[in-house]
Design a protein around this ligand. Structure first.
Ligand SMILES: N[C@@H](CCC(=O)N[C@@H](CS)C(=O)NCC(=O)O)C(=O)O
Length: 233
């Protein structure tokens, strides 16, 4: 029996960060599935394992704990699986990077499809996307990241910040090669770090499973269609 149950849609989007941390920690989990998520969301709040507006939602079955909000889930896993740096500043930086990644995916979907992408909107957004990418590049630079070695927050081994980085940029650039070209050009160390971390066996296996289970899908819905259209993907 696996120790966790994850409620997230069958796409490699926000919930993929949680899947990646679980995979990195070599934990197994079950996926509740789209119908169960929809049913919970439509039901009364008092019947929810934890009050939530949208998934991901994770249940730690052994501990009888349920958490929603992606960064809170990652923090919980980091704490309970001992995956966070010792240093308080680096722990906070880890959470900051998780929150930045969550902001980036909100922006790439125009806050969950509040509007659709058009060519003009995309072109206007590209400088902002490059600015986001430069945050990773500069964070890495400040912690000694090099093109062919090192980790986002320094140290001798990969941590949650690296797993989140590789999941954010790896999934996005795999689905949208044009974004990959921008990343390689604007943030080469981040692109190289993403490749190194995504090549770790548990993350490579997870990405292959996402391909198999979800095909080309990224965030799903009309917003993905409009993103594909502007990016020719
Ligand atoms: N701030 C939340 C956002 C959750 C969220 O927006 N989930 C999306 C899927 S990525 C959803 O299905 N939302 C449904 C809704 O908000 O009604 C988090 O970080 O987990």
């Amino acid at each position: 029996m696996s120790d966790y149950e994850l409620y997230y849609w069958s796409v490699p989007f926000r919930g993929q960060f949680v899947r990646a941390v679980l995979a990195f920690a070599e934990k197994s989990w079950t996926e509740a599935g789209d119908d169960a998520i929809a049913k919970l969301m439509e039901g009364p709040v008092k019947k929810m394992p934890v009050p939530f507006m949208g998934p991901p939602l994770l249940i730690d079955k052994r501990a009888d704990v349920a958490i929603s909000q992606m960064p809170a889930i990652v923090l919980y896993l980091g704490d309970t699986l001992d995956l966070l740096p010792e240093d308080a500043a680096l722990r906070a930086m880890t959470l900051k990077i998780v929150c930045d990644a969550n902001d980036v995916i909100d922006e790439i979907t125009i806050q969950g499809g509040m509007k659709m992408w058009t060519k003009d909107r995309w072109e206007e957004f590209v400088p902002r996307l490059k600015k986001w990418m430069s945050f990773w590049e500069d964070t890495g630079r400040r912690h000694g990241l090099k093109k062919d070695s090192g980790f986002l927050l320094g140290g001798g081994e990969p941590g949650i910040a690296d797993v989140i980085t590789a999941t954010l940029w790896g999934t996005m650039t795999d689905r949208f090669p044009k974004i990959g070209t921008i990343l390689t050009k604007s943030a080469p160390m981040t692109a190289a770090l993403t490749k190194r971390i995504a090549a770790l066996p548990p993350l490579k296996k997870l990405a292959a499973k996402a391909r198999e289970d979800y095909g080309d899908a990224y965030c799903g819905g009309q917003i993905e269609k409009s993103l594909r259209k502007v990016l020719g993907a």
